[in-house]
Design a protein around this ligand. Structure first.
Ligand code: NAP
Length: 488
């Protein structure tokens, strides 16, 4: 079945958006965007040069001067108008997202609503960026603390959530009075460009939000090296995050790092097994397993392994691979061939070290980028999939015998983004939630992300939080003002 058309084709932009206008690269260079379900090219967007990125940053710095002086309620109203534009065009945005990223349309619609919820949330937070009065050491002084916008921000974002990973950064930056230049992932620039178009229609001033496309080594590096960029907010792999940190250190930029995960998912013997299977299906197979908070290692207490698998296998068999825009599809393709090869090699490695394949375990066919929903048992810590993000629809099942063993195994990772566990024992719930070395814990749920909550990791999963009242703080500097000479 051919992909449907956008009802507003002008949302499909094939130009970059900076200096207040839509522009091709001065060189005329562009790069292709593919539909991962079919492999066919759906667009081409500009490959900008470093001088063009520098121009975008300098224009953004000028724009920020005026934007930071716009009263907070007015900034809030403009963000709200952008939120409403997105809601009005959510069907088109979801379709565009499915076409460039592959996830099923229902999931894409969910991402658009989720992404928009950050704009709504931070439009409200814009009005609550309070300062503070601190008791002074003497009567003739007052100590004030104010929050000021950090400066021009650069956002570098991944392909797995091409909409929400952008709004989570842009909304707090704009709410705080910063301007922001976004470099979207090269596989999925169309969602970012459509967001910029809607921001412009909503009345956001030119230069406040820019989207620059092109090679990471050119565009990304130019953003990281520009002295006017005072904050870099990055979501992506830990490997790239480390390189970005090194680059940012040279000019001591403020940074937020939302990096990779390796989420443990623990099922204790006292768990509601139906709920645990439902939670695992949501956490593991959403976006075909390509999320940073995906359950990567599933630890099941040995005495309930059999009944747990008896419930899990039929649920996984029910998954349906296909084009994201077709009814009934629950599993889209992997993003590209190298992602597919990585999942294949992790499964082969696990098999060679003793894993049993209960379902799937291979590509759907040699002609496309789909991997069969897979369940592996007898997994153990020496397998590569225990140490790396699988980033594919593979449930790797491990077993354990005690709470202590489960916690030790769950924490045996250099990263710490999300973890999940199922139990109905209130004491165990507190002990395990507090012992897990991660930034986010789902207790009796496989879905934890929303705009009101602080999203982020610890260890090599990064630092900084997105969403919640904390998410705006990273876009501000604290300034302490000491007023003296008050006593007469
Ligand atoms: P990636 O390869 O690290 O790329 C992320 C972004 O960084 C892309 O825009 C990429 O550009 C750019 N980039 C790559 N090398 C760069 C460099 N040297 N300098 C500047 N920019 C550079 O990650 P990905 O494969 O797109 O995304 C998957 C990863 O993101 C997974 O590890 C996942 O766990 C993580 N993730 C984390 C969170 C979180 O909130 N913690 C959320 C979602 C995803 P190009 O596309 O042009 O190469």
């Amino acid at each position: 079945m051919p992909a449907p058309e956008l009802s507003d084709p002008s949302l499909k932009k094939q130009l970059s958006f900076f200096c207040g206008e839509w522009r091709a690269a001065a060189s005329g260079d562009s790069f292709p965007v593919f539909n991962p379900a079919s492999g066919s090219q759906i667009a081409a967007v500009p490959s900008l040069s470093a001088p063009e990125v520098n121009e975008a940053v300098e224009f953004a710095a000028d724009a920020m001067r005026a934007w930071s002086e716009v009263p907070a309620p007015r900034r809030a109203a403009l963000l709200r108008a952008w939120f409403e534009e997105i809601n009005r065009h959510s069907a088109d945005l979801a379709l565009l997202l499915t076409l460039e990223q592959g996830k099923p349309l229902a999931e894409a619609l969910g991402e658009i609503a989720y992404g928009a919820s950050y704009i709504e949330w931070f439009s409200e937070e814009a009005k609550r960026l309070y300062g503070e009065m601190i008791p002074a050491p003497s009567n003739d002084r007052r100590i004030l603390v104010i929050r000021q916008p950090v400066g021009v921000c650069a956002a570098i974002t991944p392909w797995n959530f091409p909409n929400a990973m952008i709004t989570r950064k842009v909304a707090p930056a704009l709410a705080a009075g910063c301007s922001i230049v976004v470099k979207p992932a090269s596989q999925t620039p169309l969602s970012a460009l459509a967001l910029a178009e809607l921001a412009s229609r909503a009345g956001l001033p030119p230069g406040v939000l820019s989207v620059v496309t092109g090679e990471a080594s050119t565009v990304g590096t130019a953003l990281l090296r520009h002295p006017l960029v005072r904050k870099v907010t990055f979501t992506g792999s830990t490997e790239t995050g480390k390189k970005i940190l090194e680059e940012c250190a040279k000019s001591v930029k403020k940074v937020t790092m939302e990096l990779g995960g390796n989420a443990p998912f623990l099922v204790f013997s006292d768990a509601d097994l139906d709920a645990a299977v439902e939670g695992l299906m949501a956490s593991k197979f959403r976006n075909s397993g390509q999320t940073c908070v995906c359950a990567n290692r599933v630890f099941v207490e040995e005495c309930v392994l059999e009944p747990f698998l008896a419930k899990l296998l039929p649920a996984v068999k029910n998954l349906c691979i296909g084009n994201g825009w077709e009814n009934g599809t629950t599993q889209g393709p992997l993003i590209d061939d190298s992602a597919l090869r990585k999942v294949e090699s992790l499964v082969e490695n696990a098999k060679s070290l003793g894993a049993s394949v209960l379902l799937g375990g291979k590509r759907a066919s040699n002609e496309n980028q789909f991997f069969l929903p897979t369940v592996l048992t007898n997994c153990h810590h020496d397998m590569a999939l225990a140490k790396e993000e699988i980033f594919g629809p593979v449930a790797a099942i491990f077993s354990f015998h005690s709470e202590e063993e489960a916690i030790r195994a769950a924490n045996a990772s250099p990263v710490g983004l999300a973890a999940y566990f199922y139990s109905r024992d209130i004491g165990k719930i507190w002990r395990v939630a507090e012992a897990l070395e991660v930034g986010m814990v789902g207790v009796n749920t496989g879905t934890i992300s929303n705009a009101m909550a602080p999203f982020g990791g610890i260890k090599e999963s990064g630092f900084g939080r997105e969403g919640s009242k904390y998410g705006i703080e990273d876009y501000t500097n604290l300034k302490y003002i000491c007023m003296a000479g008050i006593s007469s």
